[in-house]
Design a binder for this molecule. Structure first.
Ligand code: 5AD
Ligand code: SF4
Length: 437
């Protein structure tokens, strides 16, 4: 009976991997445990926070959020903490916040149905192998399907907490991925979004040792052959693994969206070495500029960290130099945040916070000028757009193949369709245009 269902309120922080984990949690609880979703925390029987720990701020926020939920939650409602902060703080969360019933690490979300049934449950095992676990069928978007292709991360970037929260990297067997893609397409997905911490390192390790000789380029080709798949996106690739084979498949397979995330982190070869990124400024520039050459209108996005320990003015100049040369269409930039368990947190040459703020501002000002210029250049161009949302006053919103946010006037019938749009009024965040019939 519909009204006997329990209500689940779930908040998702962090990256696309967390979004997919939340989808899985929702699928498990709605299909196996008689829950339905609510967007009102005060009505929920279970409040879940799927956390991120990549920077310090969201971790601090967690405890104030738990406090806020305590004030509004229904009598007897449970609170559970999942995700990366759950992995790294574990028991400590229960000690600091006794109202929390369970803590489930980022690599243990498949145990959600067990967690909700126990009193004070903690499972943060980062060696748990979820690579052959079929993810549940719940999609936050009817047109776009996130599909995990690997779990964990084998890189040891010295600033990054993720290997400590998501464990070692294991690729998901190709047959599981392809089956999931087929199911997603059957239920209406047009776009397949492949997810992993280092997608283009796919195939480096499987739990099933009989699976051999398959890399990310091969997987991309296999996914593109599934009938009904119209678009493929992926995140995040690592610049180190951007070999020629990968760039060629990216450039030539028509189903692969021409949008590449290339996390630079720093433009200084010295800092990149300290970060253990495995590439130099020159390698990064070579790959990015080659991409520009191979793919017309390619959209390149990036992540940059400023004020990593030991970063001098000259090192920072190198970062600005790469940004000027590559002219990223999108940039996510952060002040370095020392994270527990990481090597860089123990480096002695930490940078003062006022210098970090100044650098971040300089970088963001530079990038704002670049994207204003890039946006203006899109006027008159035609892009193929998958419309995903109908906003107020008849504005359809979606992304172009090359990842620009585009809006055009239209009606519901365009939702889930891929149509051509000519840009008539480009703005910094959104390119406005008209549908070409
Ligand atoms: N400090 C600041 N930014 C970080 N990131 C990861 N770890 C840190 C850290 N310790 C950024 C990186 C990464 C993005 C997801 O978060 O730029 O690509
Ligand atoms: Fe995603 Fe990393 Fe944040 Fe975990 S710590 S949610 S892997 S961004």
């Amino acid at each position: 009976m519909q009204n006997s269902k329990k209500k689940l309120y779930i908040e998702t922080l962090g990256c696309a991997m967390n979004v997919r984990d939340s989808e899985h949690i929702i699928a498990e609880l709605t299909k196996k445990e008689n829950f339905k979703i609510t967007d009102k925390a005060n009505e929920a029987d279970l409040i879940l926070i799927n956390t991120c720990s990549v920077r310090e701020k969201p971790v601090h926020k967690l405890f104030s959020e738990i406090g806020a939920f305590n004030k509004i939650k229904k009598e007897g409602a449970k609170i559970g903490i999942c995700g990366c902060t759950a992995s790294h703080l574990g028991e400590e969360i229960l000690k600091k916040a006794p109202s929390v019933s369970f803590v489930l690490g980022a690599r243990n979300v498949s145990k959600i149905t067990k967690a909700i049934k126990e009193e004070r449950f903690v499972d943060i095992d980062i060696n748990y192998d979820e690579s052959e676990y079929a993810f549940g069928e719940f999609r936050s978007s009817p047109y776009k399907a996130y599909v995990n292709i690997s779990i964990g991360c084998d890189k040891r970037c010295t600033y990054c907490i993720v290997p400590h929260t998501r464990g070692e990297e294991i690729s998901i067997p190709p047959n599981i991925i392809i089956n999931e893609v087929k199911r997603a397409v059957q239920s209406g997905a047009k776009e397949i979004f492949l997810l992993g911490q280092n997608v283009n390192n796919y195939g480096a390790r499987f739990s099933d040792k009989s699976i051999k000789n398959i890399d990310f380029s091969d997987l991309l080709e296999m996914v593109s052959e599934v009938e009904g798949v119209k678009r493929i996106r992926f995140t995040s690739p690592h610049p180190l693994h951007m070999d020629d084979k990968f760039l060629k498949v990216f450039a030539t397979n028509p189903k692969i969206c021409k949008s590449m995330h290339m996390p630079l982190q720093s433009g200084s070869s010295k800092i990149l070495k300290e970060m253990k990124r495995g590439y130099t400024k020159e390698w990064f520039l070579d790959r990015a500029l080659k991409l520009r050459e191979m793919v017309k209108d390619v959209h390149i996005s990036t992540d940059v960290i400023v004020a990593f320990p030991g970063e001098s003015d000259r090192d920072f100049e190198d970062t600005l130099d790469v940004v000027k040369k590559v002219r990223f269409e999108q940039m996510f930039s952060f002040k370095y945040s020392p994270r527990p368990l990481t090597k860089a947190a123990k480096f002695s040459n930490q940078i003062a916070s006022d210098i970090a703020s100044k650098r971040l501002k300089t970088l963001q000002d530079l990038h704002r000028e670049i994207i204003d210029d890039i946006s203006l250049q899109q006027e008159g161009k035609t892009f193929s757009v998958l419309f995903e949302e109908l906003k107020d006053r008849g504005w359809l919103s979606g992304r172009s193949d090359n990842n620009f946010m585009i809006q055009a006037k239209g009606s519901e019938e365009y939702l889930g369709k891929i149509v051509d749009v000519v840009i008539t009024n480009p703005k910094r965040m959104v390119l406005y245009g008209e549908i070409i019939e």
